[in-house]
Design a protein around this ligand. Sequence first.
Ligand code: ADP
Ligand code: MG
Length: 615
Amino acid sequence: MALRALPENLINQIAAGEVVERPASALKELVENALDAGATRLDVQIRGGGKTLLSVQDNGSGMTPEELNLAVERHTTSKLSDEDLWNINTFGFRGEALPSIGAISRLLISSRVSNQDMGWKLKVEGGLKSEVEPLPHSQGTRVEIRDLFFATPARLKFLKTDATETAHALEIITRIAMAHPHVSFSMKEDDRDLLTVSGVSEALFSGEDQFFQRIRDIMGKEFSENALPLSMDRNGIRLFGLISLPTLHRGGASHQYLFVNKRPVKDRMIQAAIRDSYQDLIPHGRYPLYALFLEVPNEIVDVNVHPSKTEVRFREGGMIRGSVTGALKTTLGSAYHKTSSTIAQETLESFKRPSFQRESFSKEMFSRGPSSSASSYGAFDLKRAPMSESQNTSPSLTGMDLPMGRTFFKEEASFEKEHENMAYPLGMAIAQFHETYVVAQTQDGIVIVDQHAAHERLVYEKLKKLFSGESIERQSLLIPEVIELQPEEVTCLLQHLDDLAYFGLILEPFGGNAVLVREAPALLGNFDMKGLVKDLVDELKELETHHTLKERLHEVCSSMACHGSVRAGKRMNLPEMNALLREMEKTPFSGQCNHGRPTYVELKLKDIERLFGRS
Ligand code: ADP
Ligand code: MG
């Protein structure tokens, strides 16, 4: 076969194969061109998932007829002036989008610059360029792509359904809109509105606040109410954005937006760093929501990895990863007192309005026996907090028995003291019910704490802190505990005596099918030793092949915390309950147990008022 130069149109079609994978990627090129031209308003229209029509109208600089002619030529660009590939500040720079798109579709570009009265249009169909013709036009540019891939039908076969292609296109526009808060965006499919956001006023919001506002506009109410603002600036690396509270999560990664130097990217390293930061805060297999902007000097990031430019490469990956994890952990750690408002909402919705009428109260309902109150008002079975021996001298409790069988009580304390106590974020304990939950009154509502979940988190965080130091304080058991196990379980434990000693558990063999526990971590106090050892065996068996126990610190802490915590069903007195609340306030991440469930729910007075139709 003779060696020959490829015809221009074929080159463009090959390039199109790289740049234009699907309608969404063509759309991305058009939108980025509009932004590079300084547009502040972009209107996007698509039809047939973008296969039939994609159009972008902008109010940017526009093009003269000469520029229009050059724009569709290969490797012509107005952007890469000094051939400095390491300092790219515009989206485009390859000058291949328009000629590539023109080679595989029917492309129509019309445009007008501000200092001319007339606009101009140009068509490219399957690579064939028309003459430039005049037409009336508003300032800016309109680019219309019809019948994408009509000239390369093989490509069409790889496209998904219209709905899927539309979803991809919308995602691209959403990401770009997030990164350009001062620009107004609209997107329609036929006459259906897919997205409308108006430019965030630079007079009202400046700097990061502009982005926060745009993120809220796009991600909606639920996220906005359950997100933590994050802002960090260290070693020339800046990270800011909104991240979801660990109590708000999704089954997929679709609500995760990441930007590097304002470009939407998908970067595995950073995604992994974010996942790590949420580790042990959210349930397995669930995903946090976030919109995060990473700003790094252009010299340490390479955006030229892939023509579609969603991948980047960092020169100092480790440092960047560390900064991201650090910033997220700090932000999440400061949110101990917040849990998702969605949870409060769900709680409220699960309250059913009583269907009975006042007249129908039966005699039994008025009797005060605990059993009758429990059966009639299960959810409200408030118990008087039991008094401990020491409490006989502490503040006395006055019970106020209400006719409905509920027992309310109140600490007799001066108003000021009460008020002062309520200033604690988690308020002041007033009761325990079902020996499982603690109710506290805060300044503007009530908090219901799951005592086991909360205590488990506290013990877990303490253990984690202890284990990160060198040694752990052990306590000899007065009576060593014998725990019977299967022979292979004993063998398994005996292989890990050193690891277990590191965690403060001193075991010895005791016959063929039992072990003796001599010492345990002091922190755990009185707990279900047998349950813990059995859980540890299960973990050891699973981990044996891959990791040492120390490497799986989290699992061990988790098991120990679970067994070493206040059980549901334990009665607590008021000082104990308040001690739990104060401890929670001091402990990072105490809003969730280590399985990602909330440890408490807060109901605001205004929510409770709504329940009773008072507002
Ligand atoms: P690149 O963006 O890499 O420069 P393109 O093929 O996407 O390459 O565009 C070629 C040129 O066309 C751009 O450099 C720019 O000068 C011009 N251009 C494209 N779209 C627009 C637009 N919407 N407004 C103004 N000029 C545009
Ligand atoms: Mg471009």
